[in-house]
Design a binder for this molecule. Structure first.
Ligand code: NAD
Length: 321
């Protein structure tokens, strides 16, 4: 069995390899050769922790396994990140445990890859201003991956705690791009692409603040009750997602579907666009919205790529199991 610890992940894989891995598995999901299994997420009743599993099987790459982990709110005080996870891969022919891969950085990279894929397929080609709502742990990964997809010339950002925006400013400075702190009206008025990556439980961005032609990647809502944009904005947009079943239950679409504003049948899986089964954006004026809920197959695809890279670079740790 191969072990790739958390400390090795940053040196092994970056946004480009994650993009390829996640794009591939979204396509396999559209071909119905890869499927996610039901998600388990439970409050432990200990340490205020939420704990669960995301799992699945890709019949094309034979990636089989699960990501186990969750959220421990007291971790910051211990010098640890609150989200903790590990990915377990199993041999699809024998069921033997094949690898354990650190899942923390992997989660940020695979989530950023998903929104980058949505930008590649759904944003206008002439998008030049990128807006980011949220400035937590995931946000810099989101920014780095998005910048690869269009010739962005400016970044505008908003966060409920504005002092947190400095880390996005640092990324922008490193990439030689101007960064402007704006209010939400200013963000919607300037941005051609908007990424939302917060833990909000109430709508932040309103339909009146978004211009025609904008692409929005809603990446923060991954739980029942969370919400980042007005349900009316979801209703106004052409909605795409990683997996419809998750979008309507725990994704950004949950509120618009529950309110009867959006029909679940109208939501398109992004894999359909990747494989050419759906055209994606059809007019420059259309608002497109990607509801990125985060599926287990993303974790398995990136973990498999990490194991391959670790073996190729000769740094994989092998143990008898
Ligand atoms: P974090 O705790 O580091 O940052 C949270 C961010 O949300 C900060 O910018 C914070 O200021 C903001 N925020 C918190 N409460 C808010 C509120 N009430 N209104 C507006 N903003 C608020 O978290 P993170 O690791 O950056 O993750 C951000 C979100 O993304 C979380 O909700 C997380 O569960 C979600 N997430 C989604 C996926 C996916 O695949 N879709 C993957 C990983 C994380």
């Amino acid at each position: 069995m191969i072990i790739v610890p958390e400390r090795d992940i940053a040196g092994l894989i970056g946004p480009a390899d994650c993009f390829v891995a996640v794009e591939g598995v979204f396509a396999a999901m559209a071909r119905r050769t890869a499927r996610n299994f039901p998600v388990v997420r439970e409050a432990l009743g200990h340490a205020d922790a939420l704990y669960g599993f995301k799992s699945g099987f890709d019949g094309e790459s034979l990636a089989l396994g699960l990501k186990s982990g969750g959220f421990w709110p007291g971790n910051m005080a211990r010098g640890l990140t609150n989200h903790q996870s590990a990915v377990f891969l199993f041999d699809a022919d024998t069921g033997q445990c094949r690898a354990i891969v650190g899942g923390n950085r992997l989660t940020a990279l695979r989530t950023a890859a998903a929104s980058a894929i949505s930008i590649k397929y759904l944003a206008r080609q002439d998008a030049r201003t990128l807006g980011i709502i949220g400035a937590g742990h995931q946000s810099t990964f989101q920014l780095e991956a998005a910048l690869e997809q269009r010739a962005f010339e400016k970044i505008v950002g908003w966060n409920v705690e504005p002092e947190m925006l400095s880390k996005l400013e640092e990324v922008a400075a490193r990439r030689g791009l101007p960064f402007e702190r704006v209010d939400l009206d200013g963000l919607g008025a300037q941005a051609d692409v908007i990424i939302t990556i917060t833990s909000s439980f109430a709508p932040i961005l309103k339909v009146a603040q978004v211009r025609p032609g904008t692409h929005i990647a809603c990446m923060g809502t991954d739980t029942v009750g969370k919400q980042e944009v007005e349900a009316e904005l979801v209703a106004r947009a052409s909605v795409f997602t990683d997996e419809v079943a998750q979008a309507v239950t725990l994704g950004e679409s949950q509120h618009a579907v529950a309110a009867g504003l959006v029909d679940a049948g109208s939501i398109v899986e992004i894999g359909q666009v990747v494989t050419g089964g759906h055209a994606g954006r059809t007019t420059p004026e259309e608002i497109t919205l990607f509801d990125g809920t985060g599926v287990g197959l993303q974790d398995l695809a990136v973990a498999s790529a990490i194991v391959d890279l670790a073996v190729r670079k000769g740094i994989a740790t092998e143990v008898e199991f």
